[in-house]
Design a protein around this ligand. Structure first.
Ligand code: ATP
Ligand code: MG
Length: 400
């Protein structure tokens, strides 16, 4: 059966020392998790992965899978040929019309590497020969060795490999190489981007959403599920824990000082997230907070919520401004969903004049005196779990 070949370049993993094989094993596993349907075979040679898939593998699906897999800096559909100059000429002539070269304008370069020195031509000779073919087919294209618009790669190894398109991967390190965290996922712009940044450093993430039905609508939950499915490919699959928190919210609204309601809610979120994190053996809670973005994101407020849990609280967006966050949200494809109008937290739970500079010990005392344990216990017991696989599809989950 014929097969499809892709060359994959790893990035930061190549800088790793003795534990590099572990990172590479993880990367292979993550690729296989996404493309299992096409029976992936992966070999490593000279700093490259050679991924072979069944001949009917869909390029769009493969593109989506690889462009969302951390640890990959670039990938390309490649062709493997016999080491025969005539075969090379013929295959290049067939490949160019199906590549970006077919646009016919601009500049190009042939990047030839010869590892097998017994091959009759030097790298330079290969480049000149193939540049001749390009010129013949696309006379208006000119050579630019420094900054070409299009590159034809030729690698002479055991066989000859040729490829043109060089797609970008997301870089970073393979997920599951750096521990496990719980993301507080709201329906906003920020938290999906926070997930992206932590997953990029190799963290495996599940998501938690606090749902205050009917104050937050069914549509708000659908929006959060959609966001979880959109980030799932970057996370190598993810669980979404939907915590019913209406009773907790109502208790806080009734019993807390009005200006502290948001703070108290955030404290309860931390405690609840910690419970769920322990079940999953997660060592960190991740949020989409950025310093001073809203009233509850001051140093004092963040320091207060940190004090509610022994787990590490990570805020990858803390030093970013909204523009930067929006740019990333657009790039990873979550922005359009995040800006849908369904509010993630109903206005009736938001105080008019929230405390911005809480005194940690005072607010902690206020929180403890609320006695939220029963509401939290009940919320955790009634949590519903969804699962989105590494390609972002919802799947049934058996274990809660
Ligand atoms: P976002 O754009 O991520 O919603 P935001 O700027 O609206 O953030 P907040 O609403 O104060 O800011 O939320 C700050 C962080 O708290 C969010 O990024 C998210 O991590 C978490 N969070 C807020 N609301 C919820 C919720 N209902 N469920 C889970 N996490 C939440
Ligand atoms: Mg929000």
């Amino acid at each position: 059966m014929d097969e499809k070949l892709y060359l994959i370049k790893e990035g930061e993993i190549s800088l790793k020392g003795g534990n590099r094989p572990l990172f590479e094993k993880r990367l292979r596993g993550n690729i296989k998790d996404k493309l299992g349907a096409f029976h992936p075979r992966i070999e490593k040679q000279k700093g490259r992965f050679y991924l072979r898939l069944d001949g009917d593998a869909d390029d769009m699906i493969v593109g989506k899978a690889l462009s969302t897999t951390f640890g990959i800096t670039g990938f390309a559909r490649a062709y493997e040929l016999e080491k025969d100059p005539e075969v090379l000429d013929e295959r290049v002539a067939r490949l160019l019309p199906c590549s970006s070269f077919a646009e016919g304008g601009g500049t190009f370069k042939v990047d030839a590497r010869r590892e097998d020195k017994s091959f009759g031509m030097s790298s330079y000779e290969i480049s000149c020969r193939l540049a001749g073919i390009v010129h013949e087919m696309y006379p208006e294209m000119t050579v630019d060795l420094k900054n070409p618009d299009h590159v034809l790669h030729v690698e002479v190894r055991k066989k000859i490999f040729i490829y043109t398109s060089d797609n970008k991967g997301p870089g970073g390190l393979p997920v599951q190489s750096a521990g496990r965290g719980m993301l507080l996922l709201s329906g906003g712009i920020d938290s999906p981007v926070a997930a992206f940044h932590m997953a990029k450093r190799g963290m495996k993430l599940d998501c938690i959403y606090f749902h205050a039905y009917p104050y937050t609508s069914e549509l708000a939950l659908e929006k959060v599920k959609k966001l979880a499915s959109l980030i799932a490919p970057y996370l190598g699959g993810t669980r979404l824990y939907v915590v019913p928190f209406t009773d907790g919210q109502l208790k806080i609204r009734k019993e807390a000082f009005e200006d502290e309601t948001t703070l108290m809610f955030r404290a309860a979120m931390m405690r609840t997230a910690e419970e769920i994190a322990r079940k999953r053996n997660a060592g960190a809670i991740v949020t989409g907070e950025a310093l001073s973005q809203v009233a509850s994101q001051t140093l004092e407020a963040m320091s207060f919520t940190d004090s509610m849990t022994d787990l590490l609280v990570l805020r990858p967006l803390v030093g970013m401004d909204k523009e930067e966050i929006i740019d990333t949200a657009k790039r990873i494809g979550t922005y359009e969903t995040s800006i849908l109008p369904y509010e993630d937290c109903c206005v009736i739970f938001s105080p008019k004049h929230p405390v911005t500079h809480p005194v940690k010990d005072v607010s902690r005392r206020h929180y403890e005196s609320l006695g939220m344990e029963d509401e939290i216990k009940k919320a955790v017991e009634n949590t519903t779990v969804f699962y989105f696989n590494p390609m972002g599809e919802e799947e049934a989950i058996n274990t809660p």
